[in-house]
Design a protein around this ligand. Sequence first.
Ligand SMILES: [Zn+2]
Length: 149
Amino acid sequence: METTEAGTRHLTLRCQFCQTWNRVDAERAADRPKCGKCGKPMLLDRPIKLDDESFARTIAETDVPVLVDFYADWCGPCKMMAPFVDELARETQGRALVAKLDTDRAQRTAGGFNIRGIPTTIVFKGGKEVARQTGAIPKAALVQLLGKA
Ligand SMILES: [Zn+2]
C-alpha cells in the first residue's frame, strides 16, 4: 500500500455541511473527525456524496482506495444495492472511502466516465480507475471490487 507523509494516509473531502475542504488522517477516520471550520462531524460511517465540484479533488487527494457508486434516484437496482454500499462504508472506515455520485445532478462527471448503465461502481486508487462493474451487485462483490485497488 502506498504511503505519504511518513506513513500517514489522508482522506481529502468536503464538509457536507459548510463545503469546506478537510484533510482527515485515515487512521482517525473512525473517531468521528470534525470539520476544521464548522466543527460538525465528517460522517465517514456512511457513503459521502460527491458532485461535479468535489469529485476530482476527492479522488485525486485521497490516499486510500475510493469506491464510487454512480446512481440515480429513479433507479430500482440502485436502491437494491444502496444498503450494501452503506454497510461497506461502515465496515471500511479508514481503509477506504466509499462515495455516491448522483448521475442526474453530476452529469459532467458521469459523462466523463462514459457511464453506460446504473448503478455503476468504480474503484479509484491514486486518482486512477482500477476496477469497474456495471449493474447492481451483492455486498461480497463490492468487497471484491474494492480489493482490486
Ligand atoms: Zn464544515
